[in-house]
Design a protein around this ligand. Sequence first.
Ligand SMILES: Nc1nc2c(ncn2[C@@H]2O[C@H](COP(=O)(O)OP(=O)(O)OP(=O)(O)O)[C@@H](O)[C@H]2O)c(=O)[nH]1
Ligand SMILES: [Mg+2]
Length: 318
Amino acid sequence: MTVAALPLADRVRAGDMRAIARAISLIEDESPAAAGLIHDIFGETGQSYLIGITGPPGAGKSTLVDKLAIETRRAGETVGIVAVDPTSPFTGGAILGDRLRMHTHAADSGVFIRSMATRGQLGGLARATSDVALVFDAAGKSLVIIETVGVGQDEVDIVRTADVSIVVLVPGTGDDVQALKAGIMEIADIFVVNKADRDGADRMVTSVESNLALQAFAEGEWRPPIIKTEATTGKGIAELWQAIGAFRAHSEGQRARRIRSRNAFRLRELLTHRFLEYVEREVLAPGEFEQVVERIAERELDPYSAAAEIMAKATGRG
Ligand SMILES: Nc1nc2c(ncn2[C@@H]2O[C@H](COP(=O)(O)OP(=O)(O)OP(=O)(O)O)[C@@H](O)[C@H]2O)c(=O)[nH]1
Ligand SMILES: [Mg+2]
């Protein structure tokens, strides 16, 4: 039997690039076949080390990830990269970015990159991103890097439940404190201050330092290091890779807990999605959801009572 004739899951497991691409497309299109594929491969996943990278738009995350990929390849790792590209699908930004980045690694079959454009539904995107990570995992990539913009709880959760969470900050964003408030500070295992070639990099480092100084770290507890990088030139990338290694060694005993919370997040997200889908399809008549929304708009009904009514209908406990 030729490789192409094998079931998709087997070809993914064999690390076949075209099969990986096909699997990702199924996931992206929310094809029912994607659930079957995840079913087939899930048992063997959990091997890859997941690196989550987040930060404000334009912080240089993609540039950093590309340089980091090169560094990890030197260390003998194989890498799958999935980036959530916030660019509007109308501008084709994701596709263009994808092409440019693939070009960087074109000669290297050890790196696989896929960007996913946000299509408005962030929840679906979080699900798709974690599924793509599973595909890379099953395909035998030793590292999976997930890049998301640090906006929206789902995207932050993806990174929070990775094996290591990296938060990228940049100097000169006007108000440094503003960036610190973005709700992504708490999740960092490692801080990166990128664009260190710019004015204010040291000030940014100091801001993060003073933020960390407010927290009480127990004896032997990991204290997030702050790494200055210049993603465009690759300066600081080796230090970042070292910090990842140090965190990995330090947190070995906690990895199971991370995986657990990753799976809890995934299950919760899926259930929420499935339940809503069920309610809209099976419980409510066509257009009923919109009618309820209309009644809320008219102040005839409050959202709590509306939800209670729908819950009662769905559970038969009216
Ligand atoms: N001066 C300077 N520019 C950088 C550095 N790193 C990245 N850039 C530039 O910053 C811009 C944004 O870089 P990206 O890597 O696309 O940033 P991103 O965080 O992935 O952006 P989004 O995915 O759109 O949020 C590009 O023009 C990069 O060339 C750096 O260290 N120094
Ligand atoms: Mg990017």
